[in-house]
Ligand binder design. Structure first.
Ligand code: NAD
Length: 367
């Protein structure tokens, strides 16, 4: 599921030629053209991480907002100079169809709303960026992919780490066997979840730590190996007397076996802090900590018996800008995003297998 032209673009990235668009020549075809984004859901991630980044984009601009809270529409609409005609509620959301300024809809809602709002955006003729996890079931992901295909529009998932230079380099080094053939990937992601939030309500979140943060361990295991697992084994540990975990899991550890024989040993937690991964090859290891945070990534490599911090050039744009512009440039050129809907679907299928393995206490073989 990794994009075919990934290696070529990775190499170009590392040469400092830009994270996505420069490699495609998209801007040469459409000088000065910026695609218009509508943001759906004005919560923490949208307002603090995504919206401030549009000013740094070269192929994307913020043109519309969708929210169920009129005060937020007014506040952020004024702050970002969004005209009243381009501010929508959930009730009149489908009218985005009639707004030619909106090219792309970015769904940043609780997980159980991703499928509905993505599908309605596709039906309105818009390209879609949807946050991770893509949806709360593989069946929903399939419906989203079908809707985007029917509309002949792009569908991309917000896997921002694929645009972060340390991760891009780690993928390249691991796949080129820089530390030998990959035998083990360890990946740990977790945080101590605050009580009383939608993430702890299964109806809204679809699951617990795995849906929200463990998905980074899962996705990294797949992008570092470049393989799809053939089996999964999982063990859950949740203190059901903790009021945070009435409906969702806390800790769930899972092991993936890949066709090459490599094994990924993964941690997902809502009660302890983790953000790292390590690729262990036959001749050494590549370690990122933090690995998938918003900033501050640090890479260490052990090779030929020597251990050193690897300096990674920051790249021309950060991961958020890289992600936003990648979809715009794919929409302009017709290319498939490197993290299209199929990537999100692959993760959701595995998440379902991980839950099943933990529930049934056995290894699940994957087709
Ligand atoms: P948040 O709670 O801060 O925001 C959620 C937004 O949805 C709010 O504006 C809220 O008003 C709105 N909403 C609409 N209906 C709701 C309902 N029934 N219950 C609760 N909120 C409702 O959450 P967030 O952290 O911004 O997460 C939103 C999405 O973004 C999630 O899917 C999450 O996984 C994803 N996310 C991704 C990253 C990343 O790094 N890629 C980081 C954080 C969040």
């Amino acid at each position: 599921m990794i994009g075919e032209d990934f290696n070529r673009r990775t190499a170009l990235n590392l040469m400092g030629l830009g994270l996505a668009g420069a490699a495609s020549g998209a801007l040469a075809q459409a000088p000065g053209r910026k695609l218009g984004y509508a943001i759906v859901g004005l919560g923490g991630y949208a307002t603090r991480q995504i919206m401030p980044q549009f000013r740094n984009c070269r192929s994307s601009r913020l043109v519309a907002l969708v929210s169920g809270t009129p005060e937020k529409l007014a506040r952020y609409g004024d702050e970002y100079g969004i005209p009243k005609t381009h501010r929508y509620s959930y009730a009149n959301y489908d009218r985005i169809r009639d707004n030619p300024d909106i090219d792309i809809v970015y769904v940043v809602l609780p997980n159980n709303m991703h499928a509905e709002y993505s599908i309605r955006a596709s039906q309105a003729g818009k390209h879609v960026m949807c946050e991770k996890p893509m949806a709360v079931s593989a069946a929903e992901c399939e419906a989203m992919i079908a809707a985007a295909k029917r509309a002949n529009r792009k569908l991309m998932i917000g896997y921002r780490s694929r645009f972060e230079p340390h991760n891009v380099l780690a993928i390249q080094l691991a796949r080129q066997a820089h530390v030998g053939r990959t035998r083990i990937v360890t990946a740990e992601h977790g945080f101590n979840a605050q009580p009383n939030q939608w993430r702890l309500d299964k109806a809204l979140a679809g699951g617990g730590s795995l849906m929200d943060i463990g998905i980074y361990s899962l996705n990294a295991a797949r992008y570092l190996t470049g393989e799809e697992p053939v089996s999964v084994t999982a063990v859950e540990s949740t203190d059901k007397s903790d009021p945070r975990f009435r409906t969702v899991e806390d800790q769930i550890n899972f092991m993936l076996r890949f066709p090459s024989g490599a094994i990924a040993d993964c941690v997902s937690s809502y009660s302890s802090n983790h953000n790292r991964y390590r690729v262990v090859g036959t001749d050494g290891w590549i370690d990122l900590e933090p690995a998938t945070s918003y900033e501050g990534q640090r890479m260490r490599i052990r090779k030929d018996g020597k251990e050193a911090v690897r300096d990674v050039p920051p790249g021309p744009v950060n991961q958020f800008v890289g992600q936003l512009d990648h979809l715009s440039e794919c929409a302009l050129t017709g290319r498939q995003p490197i993290v299209a809907g199929e990537e999100g679907l692959a993760d959701l299928r595995l998440i379902e297998a991980i839950y099943r393995s933990a529930r049934e206490g056995r290894q699940i073989k994957l087709a």
